[in-house]
Design a protein around this ligand. Structure first.
Ligand code: FES
Length: 116
C-alpha cells in the first residue's frame, strides 16, 4: 500500500524557502535527513534529545494542534536553544501526520548545539 506523502516548507531567517516531502510517520528530522536539506548543523544528535540543533518555530495554530506535547526532556533541551519562542519545538520530536501536510516552519537564525 502506498504511504501517504506530506509536504513541509522550511523558512530560513533570510527568507529562503525550502520545500520537502516526507511520509506520514516521519519525524521532521527524518525529512531533513532524507531530503538532504542543507541546514547547518541540524539534527546533530540524531534525535536523541541531547543537542537542540533541530529547533523549529511553529505557527501558533499548528503548535496548538500538535498531537504530542513536549516532554520534560524536550523542554529542558529547548531551554538551551537560541531564539526560543512560545511555539518552539524540537523537530526530531515531531512526527508528521496527515493533518500536518503543508506545514510551514521557521528555522531560527542560529542553530546551536547544546553539547558545545
Ligand atoms: Fe538533537 Fe533533536 S536532533 S535534539
Amino acid at each position: 500500500h502506498e504511504q501517504q506523502k506530506v509536504k513541509i516548507t522550511f523558512v530560513k531567517s533570510n527568507g529562503d524557502r525550502i520545500e520537502a516531502t516526507g511520509k506520514v510517520g516521519d519525524s521532521i528530522l527524518d525529512i531533513v535527513v532524507n531530503n538532504e536539506i542543507d541546514l547547518d548543523g541540524y539534527g546533530a544528535c540524531e534525535g536523541t534529545l541531547t543537542c537542540s540543533t533541530c529547533h523549529l518555530i511553529f505557527p501558533q495554530k499548528v503548535y496548538d494542534m500538535l498531537p504530542d506535547k513536549p516532554t520534560d526532556e524536550e523542554l529542558d533541551m529547548l531551554d538551551l536553544a537560541y531564539d526560543l519562542t512560545d511555539t518552539s519545538r524540537l523537530g526530531c520530536q515531531i512526527i508528521m501526520t496527515k493533518d500536518l501536510d503543508g506545514l510551514e516552519v521557521r528555522v531560527p537564525s542560529t542553530i546551536t548545539d547544546a553539547r558545545d
